[in-house]
Design a protein around this ligand. Structure first.
Ligand code: ZN
Length: 459
């Protein structure tokens, strides 16, 4: 039995782990590197294993940093089955098509002058490749129902409470009479959030592979963050400015909508509030949420079953088309604009930043993780001027960071989750190196590893 690491090693993106057991090669996630330009270039490099030799891919959830290299895996010869929960498949489908479309567009926009140079700058994959990959989506996993993958290999998907359909994976392995129990955390959620239940308590296992995104800090409670958000919006309305919320399209955008819906329904924010969801991806993802009330908290599911839409607001506009998005530029005050990307590395948020970031009566509210090297991180860290779409833009707007919306468990939640498992061996992944080192220092009495890219271990 062998476990090797091919992404998100002492880093937060590009999750990809390979389990070799009982004659099978099983990949857990195949994510895209995101963040700085150097990292993005790593996406086209070798996987570190033969794509054609992989039998199965188990997908923990539909975030791009967990599923975004799947079409490339297919392109490079993977012919096996992809297994995930139904909601993960539905979200991954729109996420992968969106990523493919963006890559095709980027290659077109930045097309080099000569045909030779153009040939050397192909997109990582295109829409056809993404569709081909979606064709490899196989069995849907149900939470808590063990799946026999092959003789000696059983896996159970556990609700990870991170985004809709997200899972931790519990393996029971038997290779020639040698048994091992092993849990991959996937990304773990943060308890007390508005839409999803807390991560399911995990069973005991000998080995754990776990994320450490926020392994060195604790979050404010989500309810306090909802208050903070409403207060920042109300204050910006009083200053007659706009609020920009750079947001991940999955989960965060829906949580923000839900909080705004509640605030308008209770009279805390005016019903004249104009809210623009300027992200085709977020719009499609919101539709998937409406199809899966069974995965939501009972109070939210009850609204759906009573025929109400908990994401609806009187002044809500979904802007799919580019022309409608551009029209938002004329709105000078009284609007909340939710657009991607969450880390401001691309997407429609850049246009809104160009029009609003310098204006002192506006606000930018960051509600998610911002990796080092991204525009979001530069603004959060207090840059006075930043480059947006090639222009120097002064940061005049008020900047808020509200981390209680995080879809990730904080240090105390990660520790509590791991304590239940009581593993004898722990592999830490999906965290920046200093965060991971700080988290490792709080683990005692067990073997702790922090693998580097390509490192492999006998289990
Ligand atoms: Zn995630």
């Amino acid at each position: 039995m062998k476990l090797s690491f091919h992404g998100a090693d002492r880093d937060v993106t590009g999750s990809c782990h390979l389990l070799e057991v009982a004659g099978k090669r099983i990949l857990i996630d195949c994510g895209l590197y995101q963040g700085s330009r150097d990292l993005i270039q790593d996406n086209s490099g070798p996987f570190g294993f033969d794509a054609g030799a992989i039998d199965l891919v188990l997908l923990t959830h539909a975030h791009l940093d967990h599923c975004g290299r799947l079409p490339l895996l297919r392109k490079r010869g993977f012919r096996g089955e992809i297994i995930a929960t139904t909601a993960t498949f539905e979200l991954a489908r729109i996420v992968l098509l969106d990523a493919a479309h963006l890559q095709e567009e980027e290659t077109r926009v930045r097309a080099p002058a000569t045909p030779q140079a153009a040939a050397s700058r192909q997109p990582l994959y295109g829409v056809t490749d993404a569709l081909d990959c979606i064709g490899a989506f196989g069995r849907s996993a149900r939470y808590d129902a063990p799946l026999q993958l092959a003789p000696g290999i059983e896996v159970t998907f556990l609700d990870a409470g991170h985004i809709l359909g997200s899972s931790s994976l519990m393996f029971e392995l038997n290779e020639a009479g040698r048994t091992r129990s092993l849990i991959f955390s996937g990304d773990l959620g943060n308890a007390g959030r508005p839409l999803l239940p807390a991560p399911e308590p995990p069973p005991h296992a000998e080995i754990v592979v776990m994320e450490t995104t926020y392994g060195d800090r604790t979050h404010r409670p989500p309810a306090a963050s909802a208050d903070e958000l409403c207060e920042a919006v109300a204050a910006t309305l009083r200053r007659q400015g706009n609020v920009l919320i750079p947001s991940f399209a999955l989960e965060r955008a829906q949580e923000i909508l839900y909080v705004l819906h509640q605030a308008v329904a209770s009279g805390r924010l005016p019903s004249s509030l104009q809210v623009f969801v300027d992200s085709p991806l977020a719009i499609s993802a919101t539709e998937v949420f409406a199809r899966h009330p069974e995965l939501l908290l009972p109070a939210v599911a009850a609204q759906f079953s009573a025929g109400q839409d908990p994401f609806q607001l009187p002044g809500l506009h979904f802007t799919r088309e580019r022309a409608a998005s551009i029209a938002i530029n004329a709105v000078r005050s009284g609007a909340v604009i939710i657009a991607g990307s969450g880390m401001c590395t691309g997407g429609r948020i850049l246009h809104h930043l160009r029009h609003n970031l310098a204006r002192e009566n506006c606000s930018v509210i960051f509600v998610g993780y911002a990796a080092a090297g991204t525009l979001a991180r530069a603004i959060i860290d207090g840059a006075r001027d930043v480059s947006v779409l090639g222009d120097r833009v002064h940061v005049g707007a008020r900047i808020h960071t509200i981390n209680g919306f995080s879809a990730h468990a904080d240090r105390d939640e990660l520790l509590a989750w791991r304590r239940r498992i009581a593993p004898t061996r722990t592999f830490l992944v999906h965290g920046e190196a200093p965060t991971m080192a700080s988290f490792a220092a709080s683990l005692t009495g067990a073997q702790v590893e922090m693998p580097t890219l390509g490192q492999s271990y006998e289990l």
